[in-house]
Structure formats: structure tokens, C-alpha cells
Design a protein. Structure first.
Length: 201
């Protein structure tokens, strides 16, 4: 299986990962002391493989990765979902809000996503929207979709289909393939009409 290099680059905003077709190539690089390969393995097992969260935690909790944004985002995700560690959304935000990371667009997006989770006590539309806007203004593509969702449903802001379309179109421009969810939302906007957009069936 060939890993998604674009997806990993979106997370880091700063690291160029090597490509690979077989996980054994990554293991070999780790044996040769390649720290990037070690993080790629953690990423692989968190997102693409069979939920080996013990291994992910063992890697990202190492002292040498305490200042690495990819490692710390993975660690924050472990706390957010309660994988291996006790579920703790506040701990996730604490990890991501460190001075070294908090201004990165990918991190602002990650924190905004936590605030948008309405099942959490820390649910906060205002904070989530502000961080999503800051992330989007810096060009982080996932935040484009998040903003489109906010404008469509009126999350933290007045409903505005025209503005939602604007962010959906920007999001699709950044995607390698058509995103079904984004296209579906565009269809809903034209189907319903209103909020600055004419109905177009």
C-alpha cells in the first residue's frame, strides 16, 4: 500500500516525507536511525493500519519528539479519542496549545475541531470558528471545509450559503480527488436556495 503523502504534509505543514510502497522500507529506515521514518510509522498505524495505538503512543511520547508537531498532534489525538490513555479533550488542547505549535495553521484547525464537538463540555462555537478562520486565512485546506460547514449550518455565525459556497470551492480546488461530502453540500445549497444563493435545481 502506498501512503498518502499529501495527507501527511497537510498535518505537518513543514516536513517532506519519503514515499514508500511497503512498510518494510520504513522499518529499515528506522533501524538506520531515521526519526522521520519512526514518525511515519506512528502515523501509518494511527490512520492507515490496524489500530496499533500502543505502538503509536510508544513513539510519539518519546522525549525526542516533544517539540515535533506531527508527534504531538498524534499524541493529542490519542487523548481526544481515549486510545490507550484516558479520554481527555482538555489534555489534547493543552498539548496543541504549547507556544511552539499554537500558531501553526494545522494546529489551529485541530483545536477548532475539538471546540466544535458538541458532545464535549468544552464545546465552544465562538472559539472554534475563530481558530478555523485563522487556519483558513493561512491556507489550510481542511479549515476551508470547516468554515463552509459553519456558514451552511450557522455554527457560531449567521447562515450564509454564498459564503459557504466560496469556502467549498476553495476546498475542492485543493483536493486531488472530488470530495463527496463537499459536493453533496454544494448540491444542498443550490437545492434549498436562500441565504444569498438562488435556488438552482
Amino acid at each position: 500500500m502506498k501512503t498518502s503523502i499529501k495527507k501527511i504534509n497537510l498535518v505537518s505543514n513543514e516536513r517532506q516525507w519519503f514515499d514508500y510502497n511497503d512498510i518494510s522500507e520504513v522499518i529499515e529506515k528506522i533501524k538506520n536511525g531515521d526519526s522521520d521514518a519512526e514518525l511515519l510509522l506512528a502515523y501509518h498505524y494511527f490512520y492507515d493500519k490496524d489500530d496499533n495505538y500502543d505502538l503509536v503512543y510508544d513513539i510519539v511520547s518519546k522525549d525526542k519528539f516533544k517539540d515535533d508537531v506531527v508527534a504531538q498532534r498524534l499524541l493529542a489525538n490519542l487523548y481526544f479519542y481515549g486510545y490507550i490513555v484516558e479520554k481527555d479533550a482538555k489534555k489534547s488542547i493543552e498539548i496543541l496549545s504549547r507556544e511552539k505549535f499554537k500558531n501553526l495553521p494545522s494546529v489551529k484547525y485541530a483545536i477548532s475541531s475539538i471546540y466544535f464537538d458538541d458532545e464535549l463540555e468544552i464545546y465552544n462555537e465562538t472559539k472554534g470558528l475563530q481558530l478555523a478562520k485563522e487556519s483558513a486565512d493561512s491556507g489550510f485546506a481542511d479549515a476551508f471545509y470547516s468554515l463552509a460547514w459553519c456558514y451552511f449550518y450557522g455554527i457560531g455565525i449567521k447562515e450564509d450559503y454564498k459564503e459557504s459556497l466560496y469556502w467549498l470551492e476553495k476546498f475542492l480546488e485543493e483536493e486531488d480527488i472530488d470530495n463527496v461530502d463537499a459536493i453533496g453540500l454544494i448540491s444542498l445549497i443550490y437545492h434549498d436556495g436562500g441565504y444569498g444563493v438562488d435556488k438552482d435545481l
